[in-house]
Ligand binder design. Sequence first.
Ligand code: SAM
Ligand code: SF4
Length: 483
Amino acid sequence: MCGHSIQMQAYNPNVSFIRPEQIEATIENASNPTPAQVQAVLEKAQLCEGLTLEETAILLQNQDPALDEQLFNVAKEIKNTIYGNRIVLFSPLYISNHCANSCSYCGFSADNHELKRKTLKHNELVREVEILENMGHKRILAVYGEHPRNNAENMVESIRTIYATKQPNGGEIRRVNVNCAPLSVEEFKVLKTADIGTYQCFQETYHQPTYESVHLKGKKKDYLYRLYAMHRAMEAGIDDVGIGALFGLHDHRFELLSLLKHAQQMEADCGVGPHTISFPRIEPAHGSDLSERPPYEVDDACFKRIVAITRLAVPYTGLILSTREGPKLRKELLELGVSQISAGSRTSPGGYEQSQQEQQNKCDTRQDSEQFSLGDHRSMDEIIHELVTDSDSIPSFCTGCYRKGRTGDHFMGLAKKQFIGKFCQPNALITFKEYLNDYSSEATRAAGNALIEKELIKLSPARQKNIRICLAKTDNGERDIYL
Ligand code: SAM
Ligand code: SF4
């Protein structure tokens, strides 16, 4: 559905655009910033024009708690101006844990012989999708291990099944994002035929020696092939891509500056930067000693600073929290700039059905096929209730931009002009209303409707009138209304 032509510049996929000596020198040169330097960067950040790597390195190494408080305030201001209090919800859908690679932090590693391997069959996939639809999900992230079974054609078939699985009450998945191993340009072209939303792939660590030490066998050992995955995706016409690093493998300062460098390089070579940046922190994974004791563990305080600084550095890029954090930290991270979170997640193929059976049988068999363990097993409704009552956040299930073709450089153009409010705010309210009418508990419905009303009265009379018309249509049973 992303129909915009991408003008690629020539690039050399055999040479890394991450120059470790430059990144390390940038960190070193800003190692002891003065309060005046930090203040100057914070002032510049308020213009919402982003930060250079040098400026980012200054913020990363600030030691003054009072200035960190100012950093958090600026991040909140930017988040509020650009995104308001919307939070996009999605759920991962693990389709296959077959994997030929050996990543020392992941439960799906080929060396984990205790893992029960599974690639969902057609009817099993349909069942998982039905469960997600019955929770109220409209967008999912399809996740695949790297294995010949998970070739581009098979992934396309599974994505088509996801889109085709619909419920009588209007339940359907409207956007399938994909997290899979890097593909060739030709394979990406095949993947694109399935109308995917965002293609997501994390470099894990941008520090090549560390990368090589944790990727022990399989295609993933090739650092450069992964580094240029987004370039190839763009070449194939996929203009909505998401990058990320797995925090805990190497120095977080190196990883964050490299993520920003990656974004800059994409802008230079592809004409558009990443749509999203993800911040997975290493979670304990069955069969992985490294995941129990990550070499560069990022604690909550550091994680908050990473999110806030990224919000300042790339104000218009969506920030995704893919792991489940506790309510207090999550609330803080939402205020500081996170714009998408997963809810009600399971990290094994067939995990949603398994979890339903576990609830019925009161047993727990999760760890035999899951990728990593999750700290939070609350239902989607409980999470939404907390979002609405604790943080006044509007859960959004909107998929409008992607389906109206507002993607890639076109989307960034709109975002940069701060037009998100024109589409995103109304669509968030309308899709939230759908959720409340079709899926929520009584308590969440009452709290959610009160929040919608509170939001409406903040808007201009004209916009309020338009949205009220859409909400009334939703109450009358119309579905999938979006601007
Ligand atoms: N196999 C593909 C790949 O490696 O890109 C895609 C699927 S892989 C399961 C998706 C992501 O899971 C990885 O990119 C990695 O960042 C993340 N991951 C792996 N092990 C993890 C762990 N122990 N905790 C948190 N995230 C993890
Ligand atoms: Fe396989 Fe991806 Fe896990 Fe590595 S991170 S073992 S490639 S599923």
